[in-house]
Design a protein around this ligand. Structure first.
Ligand code: HEM
Length: 432
């Protein structure tokens, strides 16, 4: 048997094994979902379409509950925040493998998200200054221009898909600018971003696995080329600045490629979902849409309320790095814990009348949509500017915005967002 044949056989066996495992996991979780297990229901349609009653039922069982699938789950704002801030928790198991209970069947190698100290601290220190609020402000005008351009096109056509033609194109163009990629790369980058972020939910089929590997390989090659180009011809972008750290041996080229992948995956679908979920909430609550139209300076409040009420990242995970006690339970070292960020946003102990979508709330921004502690979202300042501009432009340019058909949800649970949102810009749409 030739070496090549044996590799092919091995990979066929590996694919078959994986296929059987994915099928068994999926079938088991579906059976538990049908049997009423709350966590399994979060992963399956039709229950996951509206997870908020499920979160309420979970919170009623206590701050830390165990699902029938054996997973420990934090349900309240207080306990979710406690775990995220507790240095005795991390993201890697003691054998070094990535331990997020929501993760895909394969390692996505998403840089900071899959690192613990000291590597996490080292790379976060290099990346943080590149994304700090003052630096991000310089993108505001560019974001306004992109939003206006996209709405010009929508107005000229008379109908558009608010997710595909607006919410999706805005962040991908901004990420291209941020990384110093040409706008002609935006479509390919958007495709790969969608494939990889879809896998954050876990891989459910071998076809999805294949697509994900293809996308990761193409992204690795694209970013490796970009790093070489920036080394030879630096510009005013994140990659050019980080190449200096590469030359100073503070980061390896593999780590830098993984960081670029993370900026794409973490910054794309999340922002799309914030704008899509927020616009959906506004049109479902016409009195709130009227408030924004009458006073577009409420746009930052829409961002915070949309992030609390229907956040793009619904959950994350942590691993206990040592034996410890949490909410009265003893946890062994390496125990995974699921942290329900979206349930925290609807916790009545933290937010008054939490199920009410209200952009005039007195207390804003006290949500966990950007997580907390050492993995707090580095892109939060940029995401906030993008959201603020996106909602303000909708209110000022297309104040008569209305639906042209039902919105369609993406079939995912960790990142919650819309795949499609058909809309009419309306009669009083303003051309720039
Ligand atoms: C509304 C949009 C966004 C949301 C809701 C969001 C949410 C999150 C959450 C929940 C985490 C932490 C996950 C955990 O604790 O396990 C995170 C991490 C991160 N996000 Fe965002 N994000 C958004 C936009 C962005 C953007 C625009 C960028 C950059 C372009 C970005 C870059 C990052 C990075 C680099 C991390 C890793 C931080 C670390 O692990 O130390 N995010 N984000």
């Amino acid at each position: 048997m030739s070496g090549q044949q044996s590799r092919a056989d091995q990979s066929t066996f590996a694919e078959l094994g994986l296929r059987a495992r994915l099928f068994a996991q999926g079938a088991l979780a579906y059976l538990f979902a049908k049997g009423g297990d709350s966590f399994a229901r979060l992963l399956h349609s039709p229950w996951r379409d509206d997870p908020y009653p499920i979160y309420a039922a979970m919170r009623a069982r206590g701050p830390l509950i165990r699902s029938k699938l054996g997973l420990l789950i934090c349900t309240t704002h207080e306990l979710c925040e406690e775990v995220l801030r507790d240095r005795r928790f991390g993201v890697l198991r003691s054998d070094g493998s990535y331990g997020d209970p929501t993760a895909a069947a394969v390692d996505l190698q998403l840089s900071l998200l899959e690192l613990d100290p000291p590597d996490h601290t080292r790379i976060r220190r290099l990346a943080a200054p590149e994304l700090r609020p003052r630096r991000m402000e310089k993108y505001r005008q560019r974001i306004e221009d992109i939003a206006n351009e996209l709405l010009d096109e929508a107005i000229a056509r008379g109908s558009f898909d608010l997710v595909r033609d607006y919410a999706s194109l805005l962040p991908i163009r901004v990420i291209c600018d941020l990384l110093g990629l040409s706008q002609v790369d935006a479509d390919r980058l958007g495709h790969h971003g969608l494939v990889v972020s879809g896998s954050l939910d876990g891989v459910r089929s071998t076809k999805q696995l294949r697509q994900m590997r293809e996308s990761l390989n193409e992204l690795d090659a694209m970013f490796a080329r970009l790093i070489e180009q920036r080394r030879a011809d630096p510009g005013d972008d994140v990659v050019s600045n980080l190449v200096t750290a590469l030359d100073d041996d503070k980061i390896t080229s593999t780590e830098l490629v993984q960081l670029c992948n993370l900026l794409l995956v973490a910054g794309f679908e999340t922002t799309v979902s914030m704008v899509g979920n927020g616009a959906n909430a506004l049109l479902n609550h016409p009195e709130q849409w009227d408030l924004l139209r009458a006073d577009p300076s409420l746009a930052p409040a829409v961002v915070e309320e949309a992030l609390r009420w229907d956040p793009p990242v619904q959950m994350t995970g942590r691993i206990a790095h040592e034996p410890l006690e949490l909410a009265g339970r003893r946890l062994r070292k390496d125990t995974p814990v699921l942290v329900l960020l979206a349930s925290a946003g609807r916790d009545p102990a933290k937010h008054e009348d939490p199920d009410r979508f209200d952009i005039t709330r007195e207390v804003q921004g006290e949500h966990l949509a950007f997580s907390s502690g050492s993995h707090y979202c580095l892109g939060a300042p940029l995401a906030r500017i993008e959201g603020e501009v996106a909602f303000r432009c909708l209110a000022t340019r297309v104040p008569d915005l209305r639906r042209a058909g039902p919105a369609v949800r993406r079939p995912t649970s960790v990142v919650r967002g819309l795949a499609s949102f058909p809309a009419f810009p309306g009669k009083t749409a303003q051309r720039a």
